[in-house]
Ligand binder design. Structure first.
Ligand code: ADP
Ligand code: MG
Length: 283
């Protein structure tokens, strides 16, 4: 067999094995070896690593799409200086993802625009990159999907599906009142994940208000019982990043007191402003 025939055979194998990156680099790599620029072992190593990188990137992209995550929100892109009440090291420790192995619950609490969804997304993206299965949805979306499944007689399957991801992010607890029966459905999901899978929850309401949020004190108590066991609670007490450039245009009635000078302002507790003051985009 002459060398051209062997080369063709290698190329056919790479096609059959679905290794497009290695195929693409084969000729150039061969030339480097022939010119003594690299050894065969090095060349083979490089081809395989390139192929592996392509696969990892593709897998990450697909997983991000499946989890409906945008990789635009990163920890690197988060301005910790804007949010002095937030301990950067705690967030960076979470990014090591041990909380996922320990099936813990992370609560990100704070008024609108303080970066809860940004941080939840960034942590979820880290998890996807590390090969974890991740699901991301708002509480309203989860309740709607569970209610639909219940009507269609597929609630068990739906809960099993949502319980499978190693990380479930539940965004926007407290913005919208939960529909009647919704708290109960959400409880079934939380119970299915309890001590089995990690969660990140974001909320603009304190735990004391969950009875109101879920329209049912008994359900709220049962939920908190599960969700505060093995939990990390991170409270952000700052002003809205969205409104930072337009603070003077926002009416006093909806303006968090700390908006102009986040460092100097008093610590806000309890209820955020009544009206939803953020833009439509990501809530
Ligand atoms: P929340 O979920 O708390 O209402 P978001 O996470 O949606 O707030 O933040 C609102 C917008 O401001 C998003 O576009 C987010 O990326 C951005 N943002 C919020 N806080 C920061 C920050 N500290 N550094 C950079 N961007 C931020
Ligand atoms: Mg949000």
């Amino acid at each position: 067999m002459n060398s051209q025939t062997t080369l063709d055979s290698i190329k056919r194998s790479l096609v059959a094995l679905k290794m497009p990156r290695a195929l693409e680099l084969l000729d150039a790599t061969l030339r480097q070896v022939e010119q003594g620029e690299s050894s065969w072992v090095e060349a083979l190593d490089r081809l395989l690593l390139e192929e592996q990188t392509l696969r990892d990137n593709r897998r990450t992209r697909t997983a991000l799409r499946m989890a409906r995550l945008s990789a635009i929100k990163t920890l690197a892109g988060f301005d910790f200086a804007f949010q002095p009440s937030l301990d950067r090291n705690r967030i960076l420790a979470l990014a090591e993802l041990k909380f996922i192995e320990r099936a813990e619950v992370v609560h990100l609490l704070g008024p609108p625009g303080t970066g809860k969804s940004h941080l939840a997304t960034a942590l979820a993206v880290e998890a996807v990159k590390a090969g974890k299965s991740v699901a991301f949805a708002t509480l309203a979306e989860i309740v709607t999907s569970l209610a639909k499944a219940e009507r269609e007689g597929t609630l068990r399957e739906r809960i099993r599906f949502l319980a499978r991801a190693s990380l479930l992010v539940v965004d926007e607890i407290g913005y919208l009142p939960v529909v009647p029966g919704g708290g109960n459905l959400f409880f079934q999901l939380v119970n299915a994940r309890y001590e089995k899978g990690a969660m990140i929850l974001t909320s603009n309401r304190g735990f004391a208000e969950w009875g109101e949020v879920f329209g049912d004190q008994v359900v709220a108590t049962a939920l908190l019982d599960r969700l505060l066991h093995h939990a990390v609670v991170i409270q952000i007490e700052g002003s809205s990043y969205r409104m930072r450039q337009h603070a003077d245009l926002v009416p006093e009635t909806v303006r968090p007191r700390t908006i102009v000078t986040p460092q100097a302002g008093p610590k806000r507790r309890g209820r955020p402003p009544l009206r939803k003051t953020e833009d439509q985009q990501s809530g």
